[in-house]
Design a binder for this molecule. Sequence first.
Ligand code: SF4
Length: 366
Amino acid sequence: MEDIRNNWTKEEILEIYNKPLMELLYEAATVHRQYHDPNTVQVSTLLSVKTGGCPEDCGYCPQAARYHTDIEGNDLMSVQQVKAQALRAKSSGSSRVCMGAAWRNVKDGPEFDQVLEMVRTINKLDMEVCCTLGMVTENQAKRLAEAGLYAYNHNLDTSEEYYKEVISTRGYEDRLETIENVRKTNVTVCSGGIIGMGESVEDRAGMLVALSTLSPQPESVPINALVAVEGTPMEDEKPVEIWEMIRMVATTRIVMPKTQVRLSAGRTEMTREGQAMCFFAGANSIFAGDKLLTTPNPDVNEDMEMFNQLGLEPQKAFVKAPQPETVEAADSQYASLGEKPKWTRPSHTIERNEKAKQKAVLTPKK
Ligand code: SF4
């Protein structure tokens, strides 16, 4: 098996992305077979453990408090609620639970302690546990690892250049620093992005350069198609064409051969044929459940029917990396440091974000 390359250039990636489609598919499917069982697809369940009210201004996100969307905010779920949902997910074929909290960054304190308890609880159910909680410090990443976290998700979203057109409340370097902090532990890294936000093909390639030149590359890369939600700055973006999704998945597969490439948001807009082509192009992970944090997702039964039709099997837990051990809170080596890290606040103006914010001020929430 050839070595993984960590020196991809934007030009090389663009050349792959723009190949004639049949050639691109053949190449991606060939790489896929060298590193993975093509009939196995990992199934994750995404659980929003704390919804809405986020102080960030991500232009695609209905959970940002400054935009008015139909999202109903919720406080942090209890450990028991999370356990019940995880058991449900397990019985419908999920091997991983990914818990999302609409936070800018993790803050030491009772809420983080509660999330650590959720991690312990799910790991003890013999499921892979992933969290997406915003920026984390090294000590926080170590505490998550000690609790039994399997993966941490922190998306780069897009290229460094286009990021400035999407978010003004934090910088790209914060994303990279969080990934570095996670890499100081045995927790695997999940990081990907979104297409269809008005970015160019060069930006898509730029994001893949940023991800594929990480060493090691992320173990998991979600590729999302924007779900344009009314009230967000991106509400008028046109849906992503299936061909763009297939090209993005295939290119990701070629430049990051060992990674699990995940079909994420936007799957409700895809036909089964379209999804099948994405699996052929190297996608080998999906999010299951009828909601993806706050946007719609195909129903679990529909997904299992699709798996039967295509002869796909859900991947078992811990086949790519061993199950972490859980250390109980009382035996922890890492104290809560009460850190107040200075994550960046670029605060430049993004016109469409400003407009959506103004619109929200003028049209109060129902
Ligand atoms: S994507 Fe995350 S950080 Fe950005 S507004 Fe939404 S919840 Fe907040």
